[in-house]
Design a binder for this molecule. Sequence first.
Ligand code: ZN
Length: 337
Amino acid sequence: MKNEEYGIGKVWMFLLLAGYISTLLSCSATSFLSKQGKLKPAHDCHVHIMSPTLIADWKAMGIPFSRPDHYYADIDSIIKNVGTSTIDLIAMAHVYTSEEFYQGSDGPEKLAKENDYVLSMAAIYPRKVRPFISVDPLRHDAIGELKRCYAVNNNIGLKMHNSASQIYLTVPAHVERVKSVFMAAAEMGIPVLMHFDNWHPKFGARDLNILVDSILAHAKPMVLTIPHFGTSGGFSQKTKDFLDGFIALRQQGKIPGKHKIYLDISAVALDKDSEGVTKLNDAEFAELKGYITKIGAQHIVFGTDYPLYTPFVYAEILRGRVGLKPRTVKQLMKPKG
Ligand SMILES: [Zn+2]
């Protein structure tokens, strides 16, 4: 596969990640939810944490951080800012095997240390925080790492990032590696969060078909969440194409009913540009509402991609800009899986 085929996507994702760090929350936004005190977001399925080491490594690469380190690294600060009853705390350890984000030769060791950090932070609040460790199916012993973390905490989830790890399900060798990781996770009852968009120009329905036919069909019943409604944030034609493909497969009964599959709405309803991803206009917010109805709130999970947003601010966007009824927002925010 030629480099230039995914070059733009890689650069874009780098900017997006940087954007998540530097374009921070509009905390001034008031929320009807908080005023009423009724619709306190119950669960945030997509909250990032970074260790002080990862922050230092990225600062050394010139990535700007607009807040003090504790905002990204300290579990007490994160819990206070997020404010939900429960949190899925998502590791970014997989960046250490991506040459775009780390050039050292000790990537797998750094990856394991980053996972250890996330596990140690989650261990402080075991009933509130479920850690999602992250692996790279192609560049290290991902199953070994999964088992190592599971031995520390059997309430973990697993994050994979198809863009950062350059996973192309159209490549049979990649399917085999990803499938083996899925099978291991399903065997251990570990939920999977897979950033599915790999930024290949032809990414879309064909990747989804391979996921369903070659991986999900063979795995034991499992919980799979696909963030950002299938793409990488915002609500573009690519997002709509993915959702159309997903809805069609479901209508045709092709998605194995044994699994629980959710779409995570984090970073979709953007009310601000996030370096490289355009915010939605009014027509797009309305169109997004139509898609949420088509998918069904019971199949969607609420996430913020913190530090991108906090739950109160994002819930207010879903109500005020997307136009969802409060009870629909509440349904999205219920813990599932
Ligand atoms: Zn994320």
